[in-house]
Design a protein around this ligand. Structure first.
Ligand code: FHN
Length: 419
């Protein structure tokens, strides 16, 4: 885990946060894709004749659906439209660097070939194939790191799993039995059977003491020592910090950490929800998270047939076009060396500060507070024409072009010699 560290009043002279070398791919990646896909995706937020808006993957809990009745969904779960290569190429085109998908969410259904249970996509569904195997391979072919989300404690299908108090008597639960019989054996299956994993994204920890969690971690790490574990493995452990859902820290934090957001209003697919973050919103969210030194993992919720929402495909591809032009200001950066400004935020690399200009001043004079480095040159990122500027001991004023190249967060690159 990492310790939080606010940006000092003066500039932080060390632009790049020092992180464990095993985390370098992660801190350089900056942009990940989260995918929530399970039996809940077939329900799309509806159970029987009621709608449960906002949490597609929590529908079993929200509807208090009996586990035996809910499990029946598997008999018709047949995602014939699933195309691993399409998913991976779309993620690549979107500028995504790592992809994390739900191997098993709280519903307890295993979206992969598990010898630990028959409540999996091979034995319980007519699909009889392992989409995780195909997706892992497709991601590697596209050069994306691949990882699994795994709900290691909440399991509403199992009497000894966490969370299902509407079916199983809470006092009779033996969480240790659950970990020993399902959770840990399945985590070992994921680590053994799907090639090198970038990370495992644990979620909603519970049922284990700190020392039992450390024992579990040790037993898993021997299989793939370089596979990162998210901080939601519990007890402040894990290799990097995951923030709460839809949270960005107000000031920069060093080390490896991640913000996670839905693309619309739900992690799992819900019908009729059209509230998708636009390309501009995604770009500014990504820039803001990167300006604090972290990664953004944005979620897509495919439907029960394996199709992504059309707006997710469209808006992610638009984001990828922006990253093709300005990605240097995101990938491999760390937090900005100047505080957030009225017009936007900044990211940095040694010798460079990238100004993410969200609001272009009407007089085209960009006032940058706290930029007192010895500036060598300033230009729109990717363009040769230098921008005129004048510097005082409190701010730098940059004269922007009259014609603004991209209303979606154009980046101004400041090359400096040092402080
Ligand atoms: O309960 C889950 C939820 O369904 C979803 O998977 C999110 C993603 O971060 N994690 C838990 C809530 O924080």
């Amino acid at each position: 885990s990492v310790s939080a560290q606010d940006m000092p009043d003066s500039w932080n002279k060390e632009a790049a946060a020092t992180v464990h070398p095993g985390l370098k791919w992660f801190t350089d990646a900056k942009f990940g894709l989260f995918i929530h896909w399970g039996l809940y995706s077939k329900l799309g937020g509806r159970w029987k004749d009621s709608s449960y808006f906002g949490s597609g993957e929590w529908i079993m809990n929200r509807a208090q659906a009996p586990a035996s009745e809910y499990a029946e969904i598997a008999k018709t779960f047949n995602p014939v439209d699933f195309n691993a290569s399409e998913w991976a190429t779309t993620a690549k085109e979107a500028g995504i660097k790592y992809l994390v998908i739900t191997a098993k969410h709280h519903e307890g259904f295993s979206m992969f070939d598990s010898k630990v249970t028959n409540f999996d996509i091979i034995d319980a569904s007519p699909y009889h194939k392992d989409p995780m195997k195909e997706l892992a391979e497709a991601c590697r072919q596209q050069g994306l790191r691949f990882g699994f989300y795994y709900s290691q404690y909440l399991d509403w299908h199992e009497p000894n799993g966490g969370g299902n108090t509407w079916d199983f008597n809470k006092s009779a639960k033996d969480y240790k039995q659950y970990y020993q019989s399902k959770s840990i054996p399945q985590l070992k299956e994921l680590l053994n059977n799907y090639g090198p994993l970038g990370l495992i994204w644990f979620d909603m920890p519970g049922g284990l003491s700190e020392s039992e969690t450390k024992t579990m971690i040790d037993s898993l790490k021997v299989i793939q020592p370089t596979c990162l574990f998210s901080s939601r493995v519990g007890h402040g452990l894990g290799d990097y910090k995951d923030f709460g859902d839809s949270e960005v820290p107000p000031t920069p934090i060093s080390g490896a950490w991640e913000s996670i957001y839905t693309h619309n209003d739900s992690w799992g697919y819900i019908q009729h929800d059209m509230n998708f973050k636009s390309p501009t919103e995604i770009i500014r969210l990504l820039s803001n998270v990167a300006s604090k030194g972290g990664n953004l993992m944005l979620n897509v919720g495919p439907d029960g047939n394996g199709k992504w929402p059309a707006y997710s495909i469209l808006y992610l591809k638009e984001t990828g076009k922006w990253l093709k032009k300005y990605g240097e200001s995101i990938y491999g950066t760390t937090y900005g060396l100047i505080p957030a400004q009225p017009w936007g935020v900044s990211t940095s690399k040694p010798g460079k500060i990238y100004l993410h200009v969200w609001q272009v001043p009407s007089n085209k004079i960009l006032r940058v507070h706290g930029l007192t480095a010895k500036i060598k040159s300033i230009a729109i990122l990717g363009e040769k024409k230098p921008l005129a500027f004048k510097q005082s001991d409190t701010e730098t004023q940059i004269t922007l072009p009259q014609i603004w190249p991209d209303e979606r967060n154009t980046v101004v690159e400041v090359v400096y010699d040092g402080y």
